[in-house]
Write a protein that binds this ligand. Structure first.
Ligand SMILES: C[S@@+](CC[C@H](N)C(=O)[O-])C[C@H]1O[C@@H](n2cnc3c(N)ncnc32)[C@H](O)[C@@H]1O
Length: 310
């Protein structure tokens, strides 16, 4: 139970109440089917081996074919890889590669962490593996919350939570996280400056922000791209800044010690279709004649990692 892991915090009680309400009243048409899927998961011994790129949850299940069929009801699996009950889930993203880029720059020992836009909680597992005491993840996409519940079936109650909430749902009560992650979310926000200010307010003084987001190539570091309709086939990308502009946004939000730790182009090896994510992926979003451009003619995805403190 999340409340027991951080007792006496009004903020924690509020988000738990909000999350329960959201689940109980969510209108998503697939919710009954997903809940039924979770009930079909086989009995298993609870285990959580988190010291590896592919976190391994649960003891080995006998009928892996049946387990695969059940877990495929929660398709598409985007963040991983994961190993549940001895079954490897080859996800759309090699999220372990992103984690390798991030973990060199941060220490999480006994930290309380907030992960905004946490997906199915894959990175939360890696954070616990790196010594975090508690990870509160939030993500408004209900399917990812269902995938997290599936993971919990195998791991039991470990200190990695995924609540069906968006950042704008979070209460204004004071809370002081040691580290706040926002990876792959900023470009989905219509007001990125407000997003950064909100991160600032969720940190304790001296706490660390880990921001990962799309940026423009180095030669366009002061620019701002506002896609006309879609960016790499995504409808909900509002703006992609150059790195100088991104650093300025962070500074204006009150963050300090801002370090542009890493800039890496996303490749079709890092983000790809697999048997666990059978829709189209990055390869189909790029210009077939020029892999440095998206289908819409914009620069192909490059991701930057910004570390800063409050
Ligand atoms: C591109 S994915 C990134 C997932 C993961 N953090 C990563 O880096 O791989 C963006 C995630 O942000 C979530 N998201 C979108 N809008 C959000 C919001 N307003 N607040 C919190 N999460 C949001 C989406 O549901 C999605 O899971």
């Amino acid at each position: 139970m999340l409340q027991k892991r951080w007792p006496g915090r009004a903020w924690v009680n509020s988000v738990c109440t909000l999350a329960q309400k959201r689940l109980a009243t969510h209108p998503h048409g697939d919710l009954p089917r997903w809940l039924c899927t979770l009930q079909q998961l086989p009995a298993v011994s609870l285990e959580a081996n988190l010291d590896r790129g592919t976190p391994a949850l649960g003891g080995r299940v006998e009928d892996l074919k049946a387990l695969r069929e059940t877990l495929m009801e929660l398709h598409p699996w985007r963040k991983g890889p994961l190993c549940l009950g001895g079954l490897r889930i080859e996800t759309e993203w090699r999220s372990d590669w992103k984690w390798e880029r991030v973990e060199t720059y941060i220490g999480l020992a006994v930290h309380r962490v907030l992960d905004i836009g946490c997906g199915n909680g894959y990175f939360g597992l890696r954070m616990l593996g790196a010594g975090a005491a508690l990870v509160v993840g939030i993500d408004p996409t209900l399917l990812f919350v269902m995938q997290w519940l599936a993971c919990r079936h195998f791991s039991g109650d470990i200190a990695n939570y995924v609540l069906p909430l968006a950042i704008e749902d979070l209460p204004a009560d004071p809370v002081a996280f040691d580290t706040v992650f926002s990876m792959g979310v900023l470009y989905h926000r219509k007001d990125p400056s407000h997003h950064l200010k909100r991160i600032h307010s969720l940190l304790r003084p001296g706490g660390t922000m880990v921001l990962e987001t799309l940026v423009l190539p180095h030669e366009r570091r002061q620019d701002l791209l506002v896609p006309q309709e879609r960016y790499a086939r995504m409808r909900n990308v509002w703006a992609v800044p150059g790195t100088d502009r991104l650093v300025n946004w962070a500074r204006n939000a009150g963050l300090k010690d801002i370090e542009l730790a890493d800039v890496t182009p996303t490749t079709i090896k890092e983000q790809r279709s697999t048997s666990w994510m059978q829709f189209e992926s990055l390869a189909e979003a790029l210009d077939p004649a020029d892999q440095e451009k998206t289908q819409e003619g914009y620069p192909a995805p490059i991701r930057a990692l910004l570390i800063a403190t409050r």
